[in-house]
Design a protein around this ligand. Structure first.
Ligand code: NAI
Length: 680
């Protein structure tokens, strides 16, 4: 008997327990065990039905993803499901916790499904670069119709028990003990009810087309999305066995695709990023009241994130008008959530009621966590932290949302640097997943653990970083942007670079982004750091010239592009001329840069910077770099991240490419040792 499946006879029903802690992931032993149990059910005449149930907290929460990068061992899941379908006695899936991916497909292979209140079901395969491969695309449309199945399969959404019952995916919700209910249900079924024998619900072609268009749009046109749509649709046209074979063939091909490897890499990297062995056993501070200082773009976004996370929040400002604007922005956000039907009015009211605002800094005395989000200016932040130090209670955690500044210099303006950390949120702070938790020289483990715990409570992705200019993300972004500016001098125009990177998968290229955030921020920073510039480095003066001309981006109607009043952007010959002039002043000849050259130079510059960050100890885990870029900088998830890319290229080829880049960039290019970054 399998070590991960056990059976127990309850009356005339065979209860089959899947027991592969912690999440009952589908594994070879699970598949073998279920298969053996079904054989028992078939062969023992006195048994009338079976119940498949998860031991512990959940049904099968998904397949073991590590298996997908390798040849699969038999029995594969379709064979297990086929055995359930062939068995003459009904099998009921008793579902609690999560029934996802292969787990949900197994449940769809049963004759009925009984769920508990806490259940979620879903097919996340497409979000992992594949399609369901064990009949999910064929059995689900027989229950919910093609348009809804397209939505479920392509979005990978998790549907709660009530929703699953409503559309017929569940036959019942257990009103007491799940196993008892399922056993009763199974004993009374009286016969088989195989989904494969049911016809696919007829659907309107317009409705199918709409579901298809929405899925392609949301799925950024990735091949797995198109393949999933096609598979769901052929459930209505192909004989079921042919359709199942075809689905499996597509799954088998896609699970080895670049997208699938990249998405699995991010899945594992994100789980890894949440592990902090150095913080094991450290208790985070108890947080109930969060004070946010500065009610601007970031402060109000952070306040919303904290309210959404269930904290009480006090917003503090020095300027009454700014405080009022910030408070109104937060209230407006919740009103919009209610009017769009995204949040119940009562919940929105509860969250706004948990918000206070104040111009009196004494309120900081009650806060357990203070997050500062004032102007990006060291002197201003130090002045604010001096005040915070004066008012905050002992033991409160003090955090700065600085983008680049030295957290140690900020901490030094307090009498308690051990309590100070960086908490670098991204804009819009209530939406973006990433939070860089910055470890200062003196930050205590308790303070760092609190930063991590708070970010998790806000359902964000905390990544630990050392205290260095720009931390992980902005350091890499600066290298990326610099490389793109060099390419302007080398012969590419902004729209060509933007378009190459947008084709690669970024939602917006670097020059579009620069225009949107305003060119003056980087301009001020270049001026402030001019004395630190490497005199040997190629300095691209194009952005300075644009700023001198008052072209500060969208807000001034022009930047790298020209903007119409409605916001539509267009290529501007003035900018092209300016670039041509800058190039000829340096005596550079315009080269032809192909899209793939542009993308490669960008990736190489990111990889080189990532290797520096690793060797400097700013990041301790190479894969964290990919987590940061995918969650905070719009790096396309299906490309995995620069570290993923570098590992696929391999060390020798990468070193060769890097030395070619060094020739282009010039003597100031500091080539990093890439070996540690590539070690898995
Ligand atoms: P903002 O200009 O929108 O807001 C700053 C707010 O701070 C203003 O409302 C201002 O009245 C207030 N303020 C200034 N000095 C103050 C003081 N002494 N006491 C109390 N309040 C004061 O700026 P934004 O964009 O919200 O940036 C804030 C911080 O967040 C900066 O450190 C920035 O680098 C960082 N950040 C910004 C991101 C962005 O995309 N805007 C992204 C990530 C971090």
């Amino acid at each position: 008997m399998s070590t991960q499946v056990r059976t127990e006879r309850i009356g005339d029903v065979l209860a089959i327990f899947i027991d592969n802690p912690p999440v009952n992931a589908g594994s070879l032993a699970v598949r073998q065990g279920v298969l053996e149990a079904i054989e028992t059910l078939s062969s023992v005449p006195s048994l009338v039905a079976g119940v498949l149930i998860g031991a512990g907290n959940t049904f099968i929460a998904g397949s073991d993803l590590r298996e997908f990068g390798q040849p699969l061992e038999r029995p594969e899941l379709p064979a297990v499901i086929a055995a359930i379908e062939t068995c003459e006695k009904p099998v009921v899936a008793a579902l609690h916790g999560a029934a996802l991916g292969g787990g949900f497909e197994l449940a769809l292979g049963c004759d009925a499904r009984v769920g508990s209140q806490n259940l979620v079901v879903g097919l996340p395969e497409v979000t992992l670069g594949m399609i369901p491969g064990a009949g999910g695309t064929q059995r689900l449309p027989r229950l919910i119709g093609i348009p809804a199945a397209i939505e479920w399969v392509c979005s990978g959404k998790r549907v709660p028990a009530s929703g699953a019952l409503k559309v017929g995916v569940l036959d019942a919700i257990a009103d007491g003990d799940l196993l008892e209910c399922a056993v009763r249900f199974a004993a009374n079924m009286g016969g088989k009810r195989r989904l494969r024998d049911m016809p696919v619900t007829e659907a309107d072609t317009a409705e199918i087309a709409a579901a298809e268009a929405a899925a392609l749009r949301q799925g950024k046109g990735r091949p797995q999305v198109a393949a999933a749509i096609e598979a769901v649709k052929f459930s209505a046209t192909l004989p079921v066995d042919d359709a199942l074979t075809k689905e499996r063939a597509v799954f088998t091909e896609l699970r080895m695709s670049n997208d699938a490897f990249a998405l699995r890499h991010l899945f594992f990297s994100e789980r890894e990023a949440l592990k902090h062995p150095e913080l094991r056993g450290v208790d985070p501070a108890e947080i109930s009241l969060v004070a946010v200082i500065g009610a601007g773009t970031m402060g109000s976004g952070i306040a919303i994130a904290a309210l959404d996370g269930g904290f009480r929040v006090v917003l503090v400002e020095r300027d009454a008008q700014a405080l009022n604007r910030g408070t109104e922005r937060i209230k407006g956000h919740y009103e919009a959530q209610v009017s769009k039907g995204k949040l119940a009015k009562a919940e929105a009211d509860k969250r706004t009621a948990a918000l206070e605002s104040s111009l009196e800094w004494a309120v900081l005395g009650q806060a357990d966590l203070v997050i500062e989000a004032v102007f990006e200016d060291l002197a201003v932040k130090q002045e604010v932290f001096t005040q915070v130090d004066h008012f905050a209670k002992p033991g409160a955690i003090l955090a700065s949302n600085t983008s680049y500044l030295d957290v140690d210099a900020i901490a030094a303006s307090t009498s308690r640097p051990a309590d100070v950390i960086g908490l670098h949120f991204f804009s819009p702070a209530n939406v973006m997943k990433l939070v860089e938790v910055v470890r200062g020289r003196s930050s205590s483990k308790r303070a760092i653990a609190t930063g991590v715990a708070v970010a998790k409570r806000l359902r964000k992705m905390p990544v630990l970083t050392g205290n260095a200019f720009g931390f992980i993300g902005n350091r890499i972004y600066a290298a990326y942007r610099y490389q793109c500016e060099l390419m302007l001098e080398d012969g590419a125009y902004p729209n060509q670079i933007d378009s190459a990177l947008e084709k690669f998968g970024f939602a917006m290229g670097p020059f579009g982004v620069a225009d949107m955030s305003g060119l003056d921020i980087a301009w001020r920073m270049r001026q402030a750091r001019a004395h630190l510039r490497d005199p040997e480095a190629r300095y691209v003066s194009i952005p300075d010239r644009l700023c001198d001309m008052g072209r500060l981006g969208r807000k001034s109607g022009a930047g790298y592009y020209a903007y119409e009043t409605g916001g539509r952007k267009s290529v501007d010959q003035v900018v092209h001329q300016l670039i041509d002039e800058a190039r000829s002043q340096k005596g550079l000849a315009a080269q032809t840069l192909k899209d793939e050259d542009i993308v490669e130079r960008v990736l190489l510059s990111m990889v080189n910077e990532a290797a520096h960050l690793l060797s400097e100890g700013v990041t301790t885990r190479a894969s964290d770099v990919d987590v940061v870029l995918a969650n905070g900088y719009g790096f396309p998830r299906w490309q995995g991240g620069p570290v993923f890319w570098a590992r696929r290229v391999g060390l020798d080829a990468l070193n060769e490419k890097m030395s070619r880049l060094k020739q282009v960039v010039g003597p100031a290019f500091k080539a990093a040792d890439l070996s540690a970054l590539l070690a898995d």
